[in-house]
Design a protein around this ligand. Structure first.
Ligand code: UTP
Length: 455
């Protein structure tokens, strides 16, 4: 305790031990471990940067639109070969707190299926199972959680028996956390006596956690060469799309990204571009209005390569960006953080941002790639984000996109779907339009709400 006190004092953080006397021996032990794991020097360095202007955009002449390829049917065989050899793993990031949706449980447990009520986790896991069956090799499913979502996520997979996947095929790993510090003073905030206010370290924490957990090394020795990355809140994601995997391999890319074209300048989506000749993502909040409105010769938006956060990383690239000097750097965000105030002994729920949080962004890895590739995806086929309780990117828009895709696949197979029928296709029934064609006879009439399930 005296050791700990002097350690904290030397960093101006002795307030953290307020309330120590009221802690049980176990609480003291775990709090001590929590404090010992904190790199106070690093936190102080980050705090010192709080008034520096954010990484502002370089001048316009250093930025150029990124060439975007069309999906290449010719590459399908190459991608399928990699899947048959078991070289591709699937990584879903599910550590976020989903605050905008306002759902109490991890977002992956949200019942998004428009007919079945299947959860996001079920839909993703069924896609992985369907891929495993199709290509005859287990596709590892890596689920990244955070302390905010871990135990409920693991319990859900357990209760649902991994949605049919053998347990050895599902791997959970937790992203790191970072303490929040008081904006005015740099002092670490407490959630309660004996407990720091911690939050997930951003989706960029995925890459470091994948390496730090030892999972990356295990995947590599199991022969995995590529990791397909996506966010838990997109039920339309075309997991391990063989044409995409194939082009990535053909081009020997270190990172390949799917791109969804922006149609309107004001759409709030990050955009892939090149900065100083390297692939980068420009956040919508950083892009000047004039740039969002620029047009190419054919009249389309010049910077239209919207980022749906679907990437394929090569394993050597992941090793490189998670080791040594190339590690990602933290972004600073001013946030409201509920905390316990040692001075008053009260819990404080601030109205204004009172804290700094530190986050890593996955797309900061892109400029580190020597070779990259961007491939167009159609929004209606591959991107239905579930972010908000209502309005854009809400359950309503997400389910409408899911139903729209199912209707298109059925119609392409020659079925007739009644105008108002909600339809949904389980990935175990069919993974894509071609698979629907093999199972649904032309002339089939779908007259009402229908869930096409495995059986
Ligand atoms: P968002 O940034 O949209 O955050 O995450 P969110 O948690 O889903 O929702 P809000 O912003 O609180 O409303 C995009 C993806 O990144 C994951 C999320 O789980 C989601 O799949 N994520 C985000 C993490 O895994 N860890 C993080 O620290 C942040």
């Amino acid at each position: 305790m005296t050791d700990l006190m002097s350690h904290l004092k030397s960093h101006g953080q002795e307030h953290l031990l307020t309330g120590w006397d009221g802690l049980s021996p176990e609480e003291r032990e775990s709090f001590t471990a929590q404090l010992r794991a904190i790199d106070f020097t690093k936190i102080a360095e980050l705090f010192a940067k709080k008034d520096e202007p954010g990484a502002s955009l370089p001048p316009r002449d250093r930025i150029a639109p990124l060439p975007v390829e069309q999906p290449a049917a010719a590459a399908v065989e190459i991608g399928e070969g990699a899947l048959r050899r078991g070289e591709v793993a699937v990584l879903v990031v599910a550590g976020g707190q989903g605050s905008r949706l306002g759902f109490e449980q991890p977002k992956g447990m949200f019942p998004v299926g428009p007919v079945s009520g299947a959860t996001l986790f079920r839909i993703h896991a069924e896609k992985v199972l369907a891929l495993t069956r199709r290509y005859g090799k287990p596709v590892p499913l890596l689920v990244m959680t955070s302390p905010a979502t871990h135990s409920e996520t693991v319990a859900d997979f357990e209760q649902e028996r991994n949605f049919g996947l053998p347990s050895g095929q599902v791997h959970f790993f937790q992203q790191g956390t970072m303490p929040a510090v008081e904006l005015a003073t740099g002092k670490l905030l407490l959630e309660k006596p004996g407990q720091l206010a911690l939050s997930p370290n951003g989706h960029g924490g995925t890459l470091t956690a994948l390496a730090d957990s030892g999972l990356l090394a295990r995947l590599k020795s199991a022969g995995i060469k590529h990791v397909f990355y996506f966010q838990v809140d997109n039920p339309l994601v075309n997991v391990c799309d063989p044409a995409f995997v194939g082009r990535h391999i053909q081009a020997d890319a270190e990172v390949s990204s799917k791109v969804v074209f922006k149609e309107r300048p004001e759409e709030k989506v990050g955009v892939l571009a090149t900065v100083d000749g390297r692939c980068a993502i420009i956040e919508y909040s950083d892009m000047p209005k004039a740039m969002t409105e620029e047009r190419a010769a054919d009249g389309t938006l010049a910077f239209r390569a919207g980022n749906p956060a679907i990437h394929l990383f090569s394993v050597p690239f992941l090793e490189r960006v998670t080791s040594g000097h190339q590690r990602l750097a933290f972004h600073l965000a001013r946030k409201k953080v509920l905390h316990w105030d040692p001075a008053s002994g009260q819990t404080v729920n601030p109205d204004e941002p009172n804290a700094l949080k530190f986050e890593l962004f996955v797309f900061d890895a892109l400029p580190m790639a020597e070779r990259w590739l961007a491939v167009q995806a159609k929004r209606e086929d591959e991107f239905a984000p579930l972010k908000n309780a209502d309005g854009p990117d809400s359950l309503e828009t997400c389910q409408a996109l899911m139903v729209g895709q199912a209707r298109r696949w059925l119609t392409a197979a020659g079925a007739t779907v009644a105008g108002d029928a909600a339809v949904e296709i389980s990935p175990l029934f069919a993974l894509d339009a071609a698979a629907v064609k093999m199972k649904v006879k032309p002339g089939t009439v779908v007259s009402g709400t229908t869930y096409f399930s495995e059986t």
